[in-house]
Design a protein around this ligand. Structure first.
Ligand SMILES: [Zn+2]
Ligand SMILES: [Zn+2]
Ligand SMILES: [Zn+2]
Ligand SMILES: [Zn+2]
Ligand SMILES: [Zn+2]
Length: 307
């Protein structure tokens, strides 16, 4: 004898079988609005529901246009915005966290006076004063020292600069918007403490995870200058730039959060011939031979080349 899941009375005649239970037709009701369900239904928290009710109640809405995101592909970003896939090409993406910069979102677009775009959430994490920058460089130095890459950040002259200033110093880069950052080394005026003569210029207003990525790269340039025969910062070589990106990789892996994950992926997948290929070259080498061997090759001026 079949019994109705709702009233527990025996069922005679027509019935509805759903979700592993039997129901009197008049007792097969929507768990959201309480009205009878005829035809198709959705499962909502284990109970039946009208398709419309389900959509209203349970389906997430697009944070830009408000449409329910049922059954269609949608995008979730690192700030947990949920967005219809159709908006993919409608909005500019934040160059740092890759979120869409729509004004409906908390990741709305902000423009720095030098024209660089950043989303509002990344801007909250922006490194905008020298004290914070110095603090972060000390943190980077501590992390790198765990891998026997010792660089004292104290004597470095840290500068937070605009796009125009940096471009005037190192020229326009054809790479990503966060890649214009390079160590600017002023000429050496004798003495042994070459570190005092380093000026590290980075864009102002980078979100901390980006600042750390670039900062670790630049610290590695300083280490290379101080510990190896490679002194010419203007020569962009695979072995050198790849090693500097590998330092960023070590730091990002050490920190390990969803933003550093994104940066790690970008470093690994960089199509660039010098940086991207260089990084993959060093990574392959270190995976096989270890960090010490890589650093020894640098110190002894023995380049790592593709085999
Ligand atoms: Zn019943
Ligand atoms: Zn309903
Ligand atoms: Zn939408
Ligand atoms: Zn962002
Ligand atoms: Zn570099």
């Amino acid at each position: 004898m079949k019994r109705c899941e709702v009233c527990n009375k025996p069922i005679r005649g027509s019935y509805k079988k759903a979700l592993g239970n039997y129901y009197h037709l008049e007792h097969f009701k929507c768990s959201i609005c309480g009205k009878k369900i005829e035809g198709s239904f959705y499962k909502y928290q284990g109970e039946p529901a009208h398709a419309d009710c389900y959509e209203r109640k349970a389906v997430p809405k697009c944070d830009i246009c408000g449409e329910p995101l049922t059954g269609k592909r949608y995008i979730t970003d690192r700030w947990h915005n949920k967005i219809c896939a159709k908006h993919r090409n409608e909005y500019e993406k934040c160059p740092y966290c890759e979120s869409f910069m729509a004004h409906e979102l908390q990741t709305k677009k902000h423009e720095y006076p030098d024209g660089r775009a950043i989303c509002s959430k990344c801007k909250e994490k922006a490194v905008d004063d020298k004290d914070l920058a110095s603090l972060i460089f000390r943190e980077l130095s501590t992390i790198l020292s765990k891998y026997d890459i010792e660089v004292d950040p104290e004597p470095l002259n840290l500068r937070l600069v605009s796009k125009d200033t940096l471009e005037a110093q190192v020229g326009k880069g054809s790479r990503g918007s966060t890649e214009f950052n390079e160590v600017i080394r002023e000429s050496l005026i004798g003495g042994r403490d070459v570190r005092r003569n380093f000026t590290v210029s980075l864009f102002y207003g980078l979100p901390d995870f980006e600042f750390k990525t670039v900062g670790a790269h630049e610290l590695m340039h300083v280490w290379i200058y101080e510990n190896t025969p490679y002194k010419d910062p203007s020569r962009k070589e695979r072995f050198i730039e790849g090693s500097c990106d590998y330092a960023s990789y070590l730091v990002l892996k050490y920190i390990g959060n969803e933003f550093t994950e994104l940066k790690l992926r970008k470093i690994k997948e960089k199509p660039d011939e010098v940086y991207g290929e260089g990084f993959r070259l060093i990574k392959k080498y270190v995976d096989e031979k270890g960090i010490k061997s890589w650093l020894d090759r640098l110190k002894n001026g023995i380049k790592i080349k593709e085999e």
